[in-house]
Design a protein around this ligand. Sequence first.
Ligand SMILES: [Fe+2]
Length: 404
Amino acid sequence: MTEHSERYDVGGVLLERPFQLRRLGHFLFQSEHIREFHDFYINLLGFQLTDEIDMGHRMKPEVASTIDDTRLYFSRYGGDHHAFIFSSANMSKARGRVFPPKVTVGQISWIVGSLKEVVEGEEWLARQSMEISKSGRDTPGSNYHTYVLDPFGHPNEILYGMEQIGWDGRSKPEEIWRPFKEAAPLPQIPEYQEVQEGMKRGVDMESGYRHTETLPFDYDVDGVKLPRPFKITAIGPVRLMVPDMEKALHFYCYGLGFKITEEVEWNGHRCYFLRAKSDHHDLALYPEAIGAELGLSDHSYCMSFGCRVYNYRQLRDAIAFLEGKGVEIRYLPKELTPGMDYTAFAVDPDGHLVQLYCYMEQIGWDGRPRPPDQRRNVDLGNWPETLEEASDQIGSETFMGPWM
Ligand SMILES: [Fe+2]
């Protein structure tokens, strides 16, 4: 792969590009079964809604009336205003935003550390002849961003400044949103001043959206009573099955700056595991043909969206809980998820997989993954009650609570 020769000063350190991805921030599925989707992701997995934006009034009434649900649903597991967004696939079609076939993922959004990285990142990505689809600052969420399309049409976003939801669980009132339709001129005022100015104007700071939980708080989850026997504490990795691996690697490695942690050959399919930081992988790329071999839904390039739960006991309880609610659980050959050992996949109402796990191998200064023979040996049909501790058992960045 081509190397970059230029270097950019990012906070006093010289990097190959003027931005550095930190972690997956949020992810969007467009759904063919929006009611069932809502039930699956909100009621069963426990994402909490932070805003429902009705797009109906932005359309002609005769268009809006053809759509089963005109809302964009924003949801979170922790402080970030949104980690998971979903909407009806019909809405994109009706609004003329036609995604290429098999692109059911509307956003793969990566957090970078600063506003400057977002703005300079846009210029740089454009210079690399990458297709920029949108820049500015979106609401709700108030994050500054640039969207760039991967070779297959998946919008990848780099973003800074995601709104944080605090103790009262309320989203920011719409009256103090300050959207931008293009890249923000630098420097910008901080959020503190936006809020201060809204207070001066007498904006009702309690008018923002607050999630309503509908299930009873029946489970003792490591000492806290929750509606489900587990808590999602991180999202990602994302797995894509791509029609052109070379183009995919060029975009994600050369373009976005992912590093290849590991390559695996499985049944003749070459698979790549890419990291942004110290998790073994944030993104995995598989050849498109692997889907049919694994019996996966062929409606999407997306193999799975990861949801990490807090610990191993919660992982086992999550699987039992979802199975008890009639959700299909699948297990994939362990070679396809190196660095993750105990993991299972719940099938969502559209046939996407949601990967449940609690542990991700950590990559250190020398960039080398653990040799396969030193990993925990998973017996797929026979998970033990407890695990021996791995040296990097709790290395991943995790939302530390309060859990709800
Ligand atoms: Fe976004």
